[in-house]
Design a protein around this ligand. Structure first.
Ligand SMILES: C[S@@+](CC[C@H](N)C(=O)[O-])C[C@H]1O[C@@H](n2cnc3c(N)ncnc32)[C@H](O)[C@@H]1O
Length: 281
């Protein structure tokens, strides 16, 4: 079961009030959403992963909570989706434990399975199909810019030659051509780069932040938890440059040692928050 990251810190920054409306753009297993609902607030829970949405809907039908509205969509549509203004918006980026631990999704190199990597399996093209069509230069760009991987040239060349379809086949390529000492980090970076590309994650985040600013009330807050430097940089710059926002967290909030030891997946998390100060957007 996915453990919500920086939960106390998110709740303290959003400070949800009974009757107010919040949007959880990354519903996942609903960890943050449940805590917001417990304050008596209403929540729109959004996720692009149908399995996550169906699971939360099933749970919610058992507790009959009318204050939660679950929506299956990409948060990049936020600006057009929500009519009226809300008091807070949360983005907890990346993947849930359910997604990471499911071999058929291809999100983790720890399990063998098809290299799919799509968060929404009803749209887009699975990773293994993209790898069949991609040229070396495009793949080099992805591995360098989205994976920040220094062996990007040799990995791209081998992938294009061998066209791996499964996580094990891709892992085997990387095993053959990279030094064992840094292997785990290389695997993580290659997976990150491909996943960002397959799901167009950085563009979605930019659109989502614009949408969130548009639907917020003055005084409402956006909280974003990111898990790698590419996402964090986008959030930091957007919060700094958007005139309708005031930065609340000058430095990002990170999980305590205690949280990391209870939930190692939280170790790279960074939470930033901004407040809407002007009308419009
Ligand atoms: C880290 S999990 C969220 C976990 C959740 N906060 C909890 O406590 O259970 C991230 C979720 O965001 C979803 N997601 C990522 N990018 C998305 C996007 N552009 N639009 C909608 N959902 C997205 C993923 O499918 C995943 O379920």
């Amino acid at each position: 079961m996915h453990k919500p990251v920086l939960l106390k810190e998110v709740i303290s920054l959003l400070n949800p009030k009974s009757g107010s409306v919040y949007v959880d753009c990354t519903l996942g297993s609903g960890g943050h959403t449940i805590a917001i609902l417990n304050s008596g607030a209403k929540v729109y829970g959004i996720d692009r992963d149908l399995e996550a949405v169906e699971e939360v809907k099933t749970q919610n039908s058992k507790v009959k909570n009318k204050e939660l509205k679950v929506i299956w969509t990409n948060f990049r549509n936020l600006g057009e989706l929500i009519k009226g203004k809300v008091s807070g918006v949360l983005f907890d980026l990346g993947l849930s434990s359910e997604q990471l631990d499911s071999p058929v999704r291809g999100f983790s190199y720890r399990f063998n399975g098809l290299l799919d990597m799509r968060m929404d399996r009803s749209k887009g093209v699975p990773c293994y199909k993209l790898l069949k069509e991609m040229g070396v230069e495009d793949l080099e760009y992805i591995l360098l810019n989205y994976g920040e991987e220094r062996y990007f040239r040799r990995i791209a060349r081998e992938i294009v030659q061998n066209k791996p379809e499964t996580t094990e086949a891709l892992k085997e390529i990387i095993r053959r051509i990279t030094p064992p000492s840094s292997r785990t980090k290389i695997l993580a970076r290659v997976w990150q780069g491909l996943r960002i590309f397959v799901n167009d994650e950085l563009a979605c985040l930019r659109d989502g932040l614009v949408g969130a600013t548009k639907i917020l009330k003055v005084g409402g807050r956006i909280c974003v938890i990111s898990y790698h430097s590419l996402e964090d940089r986008i959030v930091k710059q957007y919060f700094r440059d958007e005139l309708l926002l005031k930065v609340i967290t000058n430095k990002p909030i990170c999980p305590s040692e205690e949280e990391i030891s209870g939930n190692p997946r939280s170790r790279s998390a960074k939470l930033r928050c901004a407040e809407k100060i002007g009308i419009g957007g």
